[in-house]
Design a protein around this ligand. Structure first.
Ligand code: NDP
Ligand code: HSE
Length: 443
């Protein structure tokens, strides 16, 4: 069991003292962080108790035009900037994992607080980063890493810290929500919608992270870690993206009364022996049209939290883009700067529960399966028997004409993921089944 709360004391610089800031990265997010810092410098100084002083901005390409940035503040040597004595807080908005890890660790070890928007870094190296922050008695904030402007990290760290979280689920990737919504509402192609999401600054530098679900999986790992007081890493999250979702899937979902959303679902579950475990997964999901998540469109995110005492809570807002992300970064920056001025430290990570991570196969899911079958007597019975052989009960079965074959659309009741997946494999080998066209889990 780990319990990494560190009761240490940071006396602070004193009211009115300036707080030195280094910003690493001047892309979609960094540009807006810098703009807000500069445009709102006076109110920020009041809220903090001392002014923020920009000491430098690290970039990769010094030859790019940086309107509004004092050229003397620009550097391509992020490590030297971090290590300057007059830098108190480092804001990391570069992205990636290995290089930002070096930078963030160096900053923490040098006694600087860190604010990062980098979910990939946090989901891969949270333990190491939290330990470095604890050892140096400084802050490590990452509100912007999950769902940009939605303050879900603070809500889990503070507001719900006294409750027992049972489930956190929702839409945590703006790019994929934008793509699925555009395909559904305007009939846009997958490629055009992705290009537009990239143009609008929602997508990661390599949008594969968005469309293959990796970005959402990093966010799921962070949410599950905070919600269940258990370290959940990116590699612990089952992950399927949206790159195989077709216009036909979307039309079929619409006809059946659903919309397809890429959901992150983090749950506290009990196995057959009553042993508690944490499950975290990301996959395309059929959401009933009347469910509030179905109407979360464009790049908006929404997160449902189910807690023992609080009941059901839903958080909705801008989940991607320069300004919404900068809002979250600035909120963290104010928090870290207040602590630098007045002393103290924000609540750190706490993974005392240390629950095991559930194998995805042991999680209960429900499937919507669309298949082409031979149009002959007995096929329905064969298909039903395949499900029954693993104890899977069917909720609805619909048959439609489809050229020389019939189309069978089956919705199952809840069953173990491993049994459902094995059943689909068996259906593919079954002589009466010509093709399994789509398999999508239900919410
Ligand atoms: P961008 O690709 O737009 O910007 C990255 C910035 O990092 C650029 O300014 C780039 O420099 C700089 N950079 C790259 N390599 C180095 C290096 N070796 N040294 C110094 N600077 C370097 O990314 P975003 O602003 O979109 O994202 C930044 C982070 O924020 C990522 O972790 C992302 O996941 C996260 N995030 C992004 C959101 C969004 O909606 N965009 C939302 C929430 C989080 P140069 O300008 O010279 O190319
Ligand atoms: N690429 C991410 C998204 C940015 O689309 O949600 C916000 O984290």
């Amino acid at each position: 069991m780990t319990d990494n709360i560190q009761p240490t004391f940071n006396p602070g610089k004193g009211a009115g003292e300036p707080v030195g800031i280094a910003i690493l990265g001047h892309g979609t997010v960094g540009t807006e962080v810098l703009r807000l810092m500069s445009e709102h410098s006076d109110p920020l100084a009041h809220r903090i108790g001392g002014p923020l002083e920009l000491k430098g901005v690290a970039v990769s390409d010094l030859s790019k035009d940086r309107a509004g940035v004092d050229p003397s503040l620009l550097t391509d040597d992020a490590m030297s900037l971090i290590n300057r004595d007059d830098v108190d807080i480092v804001v990391e908005v570069i992205g990636g994992i290995d290089y930002p890890r070096e930078l963030v660790l160096a900053a923490l070890q040098a006694g600087k607080s860190v604010v990062t928007a980098n979910k990939a870094l946090v989901a891969a190296h949270a333990d190491e980063l939290a330990e470095a922050a604890d050892a140096a008695n400084v802050d490590l904030y990452f509100e912007a890493a999950v769902a940009a402007a939605i303050p879900v990290v603070s809500m889990l760290r503070r507001s719900l810290a006294g409750d027992q979280i049972e489930r956190i689920s929702g839409i945590v990737n703006g790019t994929t929500n934008f793509i699925l919504d555009a395909m559904e509402s305007t009939g846009a192609s997958y490629e055009d919608a992705l290009a537009e999401a990239t143009r609008l600054g929602y997508a990661e530098a390599d949008p594969t992270a968005d469309v293959e679900g990796h970005d959402a999986a990093s966010k799921a790992a962070i949410l599950a870690s905070l919600g269940f007081h258990t370290r959940v890493k990116f590699t612990d999250v089952y992950c399927e993206g949206i790159s195989k979702i077709t216009a036909d899937d979307i039309a079929a979902a619409r006809n059946a009364g659903f919309v397809i959303k890429l959901l992150a679902i983090c749950e506290r579950i009990s196995d057959a022996n009553g042993q508690e475990a944490v499950s975290a997964r990301v996959h395309p999901t059929l959401v009933p049209r009347e469910h509030p998540l179905a109407s979360v469109n464009e790049s908006y995110n929404a997160i449902f939290v189910e807690a023992e005492a609080a009941g059901r809570l839903m958080f909705y807002g801008n989940g991607a883009g320069g300004n919404p992300t900068a809002s979250a970064v600035l909120g963290d920056l104010v928090g870290a700067a207040r602590n630098k001025v007045h002393g103290g430290r924000a609540p750190g990570e706490n993974t005392y529960a240390n629950l095991p991570i559930a194998d995805f196969g042991s999680v209960e899911t429900r499937y919507h399966i669309d298949m082409e079958v031979e149009d002959r007597t007995g096929v329905l019975a064969e298909v039903s028997a395949t499900f029954a052989s693993r104890g899977i009960s069917l909720k609805t079965v619909r048959q439609e004409e489809s050229g020389e074959h019939a189309r069978l659309i089956v919705v199952t009741h809840g069953a173990l993921e491993s049994d459902l997946a094995a059943t689909v494999e068996e259906l593919k080998r079954s002589p009466g089944v010509k093709a399994v066209d789509s398999v999508i889990r239900l919410f």
